[in-house]
Design a protein around this ligand. Structure first.
Ligand code: IMP
Ligand code: MG
Length: 177
């Protein structure tokens, strides 16, 4: 049976609230939204639209990052490709990811950005899993906390499937193959 965790309209509300919080903290410098591909895509697009209501100076770029194989984190975070040129030009960077699970991905990405000259780096995730963190780090912005289950939809995948769903659901056992 499909267990929907967040409907489309619930996701819209969560993203709108995140945009309000991010805008309230904005420094006045350009804000570079740095999305982690591929899972960030629908979330980042909706977050951009919500942030556009708040008159911020925004830029958007992406990093390709991966660590998951099936339903488990490999613990090895791979970052592919060059960092955006805009990184060191006096902007604030907000790393945007779909979900904070063990935390290895965000920790690794933030360290990588700082090593490469980024002065101001914050993190934003749509969701985090309760009790699953393996790092001493908290995302600066988090839309909601969910139970420690494997979820798909709204960008989140299981072996590249289900990213297209407009809602988020728990992956059923019969769907894992
Ligand atoms: P972390 O490094 O363990 O925090 O995992 C972060 C990454 O793992 C996220 O960017 C997701 O791509 C992926 N991930 C973690 N949990 C899930 C899940 O429940 N469904 C799909 N992808 C997940
Ligand atoms: Mg990801």
């Amino acid at each position: 049976m499909t267990q929907i965790l967040y409907t489309e309209s619930q996701l819209k509300s969560v993203v709108a609230e995140l945009a309000v919080a991010i805008a309230a903290d904005a420094s006045g410098r350009k804000l570079l939204l740095l999305g982690l591909l591929k899972g960030c895509q629908p979330f980042l697009a909706d977050l951009c639209r919500e942030l556009s209501r708040h008159q911020l100076s925004l830029a958007v770029d992406y990093l390709q990052v991966s660590s998951y194989v099936g339903t488990a984190s490999s613990g090895q975070v791979m970052i592919s490709g060059a960092l955006p040129d805009t990184l060191c030009q006096g902007c604030d960077v907000l790393v945007v990811d779909d979900i904070f699970d063990t935390g290895h991905t965000l920790k690794r990405v933030v360290a990588h950005l700082r090593e490469n000259g980024a002065e101001s780096v914050k993190t934003c995730v749509l969701l985090r899993k309760k009790g699953s963190s393996r790092v001493v780090m908290e995302p600066d912005y988090c839309g909601a906390v969910i139970p420690d289950a494997f979820i798909v939809g709204y960008g989140l995948d299981y072996n590249e499937k289900y990213r297209e769903l407009p809602y988020i659901k728990v992956l059923g056992e019969e769907e894992q193959n």
